[in-house]
Write a protein that binds this ligand. Structure first.
Ligand code: DX5
Ligand code: ZN
Length: 223
């Protein structure tokens, strides 16, 4: 049985002041974030490094309730499943591009008690992910090349979102990269319901109003 789709806003803390990770995260939640999108980069799959499970575990020790999604931009996602589950992650979203046995990784994530997200770089066609959609909880369509916050939104990824929504009406579809007040309409119309927003939320004068605007725009499209 499929549940009704919800508009969910998950700010990315990548471009926040990481020396205050807890304070920045708590502030986002107090301002209405539905979940936290934690960008994990290994310097191999993407040309940038962020943080790993020890940092996520520390954050979890201070924030007990919030839904944590880790966006694993790593070459070997299988390696980090157990430590991330132990750190208290709720959803493990990994890039399918470097993975030889996607089904096995999905199974291990589920066995460890986390939800599964499948992420696609802009150049990756939907045909690469289609046969795994039934075993996933979410598909992430990247709207920038993964690696850095603050890049320009790629509108040419919207046909992928549209196609997914048409064929999978109750699937959670996430967009990530360059999403904010000026691009949310486009994402909402295409059918995305889980919205990652970094720079636009972190740098907003009024975080709560920006998060609400994003959520309201998506919610209107869903109805
Ligand atoms: C990019 C990351 C994104 C990014 C979002 O590789 O996956 O989550 O930080 O930040 P903005 O919204 O600034 O593009
Ligand atoms: Zn991300």
């Amino acid at each position: 049985m499929s549940r009704p789709l919800r508009a969910l806003i998950g700010p990315s803390i990548l471009n926040s002041d990481l020396s205050k990770l807890y304070e920045e995260s708590q502030k986002l939640l107090d301002n209405g974030a539905d979940y936290l999108h934690l960008d994990v980069m290994d310097g191999h799959f993407v040309p940038n490094l962020t943080f790993g499970h020890p940092v996520v575990k520390c954050l979890r020790s201070k924030i007990k309730e919030a839904f944590f999604e880790t966006h694993m931009m790593v070459s070997n996602p299988e390696q980090w499943i157990a430590p991330m589950a132990d750190a208290g992650v709720d959803q493990y979203t990994f890039h399918i591009e470097p993975v030889p046995d996607i089904e096995k990784v999905c199974r291990k994530i589920k066995e460890s008690g986390m939800k599964v997200g499948l992420a696609l770089k802009p150049g990756t066609p939907l045909s690469d992910v289609e046969k795994y959609i039934s075993i996933a909880d979410m598909v992430l369509i990247m709207t920038v090349e993964p690696g850095f916050g603050g890049q320009k939104f790629m509108e040419n990824q919207m046909p992928k979102v549209q196609w997914l929504r048409e064929h999978y009406p109750s699937l959670n579809i996430e967009v990530d990269g360059g999403v904010g007040p000026s691009t949310i309409e486009c994402c909402a119309k295409a059918g995305a319901n889980m919205i990652v927003s970094g720079t636009a939320v972190i740098g907003a004068q009024d975080q709560a109003a920006t998060i609400k605007l994003l959520r309201d725009t998506v919610q209107k499209s869903i109805q």
